[in-house]
Design a protein. Structure first.
Length: 303
């Protein structure tokens, strides 16, 4: 009886481990070792950029088998934006940096910024750069970041955390626990919601149909009318704190949370875990069937 019970327990444990492996099929890459990863860019050419806390930018061109640190070191990096060709921009605690060689080397381009703690950066379809800063609100640049101008008309308080866009060109900003919208490339802003909760927004994205998703400290919210009205879209997340969102080429929503990675196959109606539940994940990215998660420690890849 004792032997039979032991066999049942071992078999049950083995089945549980197999199930866990199937639901958590991630490869922990060899690095980067420069602190927790706060930002990712995942390109179709195999390039992955990782922005870290206090240790700048690392890159890999072979899916994480080897990482190299760039000359952008000693600062925290919170976001990337890709422009044309091999040009990238990084949002850092020390302003905006630009790379013209696919993230291998960086140059600071923050002229005109009175507040340089940049939390998010994006390249508008017009080519204009938009930056969200911690206490200076929104800045815009039309010369690839060489000079910046504050653009906060319509924004009463200037604690800006994230940026996103609609397929039709509107820009959205998470500012001081509210969401604001700009229809003129960031020149002026209006509050975009009537019933959005007073919580900090960490990421704003849109799918091809123009449905907006906002990841906040307390869950995910969805809007089908350009931010005028919002509804909760986080069944299955159990009030988890959210850090980042991405939409895959198969129109799957993927969220970075304090307890790993979650996905939604039904436009945010329901969510289920994709694993890494023992790790805080701060950034997610995808390209060509490759899903990448960044957190503490390092970068994880799932194919």
């Amino acid at each position: 009886m004792t032997i039979l019970l032991l066999i049942v327990i071992v078999a049950g444990a083995s089945a549980h481990r197999a199930q866990a492996m199937n639901s958590d099929d991630w490869n922990h890459t060899d690095g980067p070792y420069g602190g927790s990863v706060q930002a990712l860019h995942v390109g179709p050419d195999g390039l992955i950029l990782a922005g870290t806390l206090s240790h700048g930018v690392y890159f890999t061109s072979n899916q994480g088998e080897n990482w190299l640190q760039t000359n952008l070191d000693g600062v925290s990096v919170f976001g990337f934006a890709k422009s044309v060709g091999e040009t990238f921009f990084a949002a850092t605690q020390d302003g905006v940096y630009r790379s013209r060689d696919n993230g291998r080397s960086w140059r600071r381009t923050s002229g005109g910024m009175d507040e340089t703690r940049v939390q998010s950066i994006m390249v508008h379809e017009s080519g204009r750069l938009i930056a969200a800063t911690l206490v200076g609100g929104i800045y815009i640049s039309d010369d690839e970041g060489m000079s910046w101008t504050a653009a906060n008309e319509g924004i009463p308080l200037k604690f800006a955390y994230t940026l996103g866009s609609h397929p039709d060109g509107e820009i959205y900003a998470g500012v001081t626990n509210r969401i604001f919208r700009s229809d003129d490339r960031g020149e002026t802003w209006t509050e975009a919601e009537s019933d959005f909760p007073p919580v900090r927004t960490r990421a704003i994205i849109s799918n091809d149909d123009g449905v907006l998703f906002a990841a906040t400290q307390t869950g995910i919210y969805r809007s089908s009318d350009r931010g005028e009205n919002w509804e909760e879209a986080d069944n299955g997340l159990s009030g988890l704190e959210l850090y980042d969102l991405v939409i895959t080429h198969e129109n799957v929503l993927v969220a970075a949370t304090r307890e790993g990675v979650f996905r939604s196959l039904d436009n945010g109606d329901t969510w289920d875990s994709l694993g890494l539940s023992e790790h805080p994940i701060y950034a997610v990215g995808c390209s060509a069937g490759l899903l990448v998660a960044g957190g503490n420690p390092g970068v994880f890849i799932r194919q």
